[in-house]
Design a protein around this ligand. Structure first.
Ligand code: ATP
Ligand code: LTN
Length: 334
């Protein structure tokens, strides 16, 4: 507990341009959690170097992601927004936890298998121990809850196993985290293949709406979204393309699918797609404007980065000191 609140931790990588899926499925929900939880949100830059990065581009993207967190509405005075690499405790705890994680466990991680297949020329040890660093992220803040997508649940399960193993040897050191299942965030599917989730690493750029897409691009992508020949706006499994557009429209306007079916009863796909495009534009435009303003305000962002790294570092060190003592490292003489 921090300030009588439970602790929530999550992180995102800055690789790739964020999509409407990342916003509606994650960021938008993150903005609302700080009343109930003490929230830490990291730019997971240490995780990103498991894949080669061009230094200047990498630095820019990380800064852009942190700025986007704020532009999306996560208040940096109430939430701790910081770079993972600014708190050395992540890397330190990760090493210690490596020694409490079995190779057999890491061998079972499906994301490692997928990424190893995708980056066959660079299957580095970091890619393999990626989930241990993620466990360190979470356990360092004694997080009670972790909002993650389905593809990260296996890593969270491993985090729990590592925490329980460590606790069973050394006593109650770590809080064992739970996945955060909040109000269901929209799961946004690709506009070009509605059976696949909209994803920032999708090669087909028409499948994803990026948070920085201009209004014309957004409208064009919505109009070109793959649908079917049924011709009616119904929320049914047989119409995955239309169902996805209804989900997007619902998430943007706070409506239920039934309300949307009613609103577009008797109307064709052309009208509906246009309305979806307009809704998305009306959600993203203010975010883009805030982003542009924030980007000009270097001093403000720098202050946030500095203060929040200090805050994160304070809590991280508390856990780290405890862990080191339990393991039996000799204390530094000051
Ligand atoms: P990548 O393509 O690099 O795997 P991604 O776009 O799938 O990236 P992640 O970085 O894996 O996104 O996820 C960041 C967060 O965004 C997670 O909390 C995840 O649940 C959420 N998210 C990602 N894509 C979607 C989507 N299409 N719908 C809803 N939520 C999503
Ligand atoms: N691996 C996650 C990002 C991430 C994370 C975390 C999420 C890094 N550390 C800790 C939750 C908790 C991803 O790629 N989505």
């Amino acid at each position: 507990m921090i300030n009588d609140k439970k602790v929530l931790f999550s992180a995102m990588q800055s690789t790739g341009n964020l999509t409407l899926g990342n916003y509606l499925g994650a960021l938008k929900n993150w903005t609302t959690l700080c009343d109930e939880y003490e929230c830490f949100y990291a730019v997971a830059d240490l995780h990103s170097i498991t894949v080669r990065q061009e230094p200047a581009e990498f630095r820019k993207r990380a800064r852009n992601l942190l700025t986007l967190f704020i532009a999306a509405g996560i208040d940096p005075e109430k939430n701790c927004l910081y770079y993972q690499s600014h708190v050395s405790g992540h890397a330190e705890l990760s090493w210690i936890l490596n020694c409490f994680t079995y190779m057999g466990e890491l061998n079972r991680m499906t994301q490692f298998k997928d990424k190893a297949a995708k980056h066959a020329d660079n299957i580095n040890a970091g890619l393999y121990t990626y989930p241990v660093l993620m466990a360190a992220d979470i356990l360092l803040y004694q997080a009670d809850v972790v909002p993650v997508g389905k593809d990260q649940l296996q890593h969270l399960e491993l985090t729990r196993d590592i925490a329980q193993r460590f606790n069973s040897i050394y006593g109650d050191v770590f809080t064992v985290p739970e996945p955060y299942i909040g109000k269901s965030g929209a799961r946004v599917m690709s506009l070009q293949d509605p059976t696949k989730k909209m994803s920032k690493s999708d090669e087909n750029q028409n499948g994803s709406i990026y948070l920085m897409d201009d209004p014309d691009t957004i409208m064009r992508k919505c109009k070109r979204a793959v649908t079917d020949s049924e011709g009616c706006v119904r929320y049914r499994d047989e119409q995955p393309g239309i169902r996805n557009l209804i989900d997007i429209y619902c998430a943007c306007n706070d409506l239920t699918p039934q309300e949307v079916e009613k609103e577009f009863d008797g109307k064709g796909y052309g009208d509906f797609k246009m309305a979806v495009g307009e809704s998305v534009i009306s959600v993203l435009k203010p975010l883009q404007d805030r982003y542009q303003d924030l980007s000009k305000n270097k001093d403000y962002i720098d202050r946030i980065v500095k203060e929040n790294a200090e805050k994160a570092g304070y809590y991280a060190n508390k856990t780290l000191r405890k862990v080191k003592k339990k393991v039996g490292f000799t204390e530094m003489i000051r």
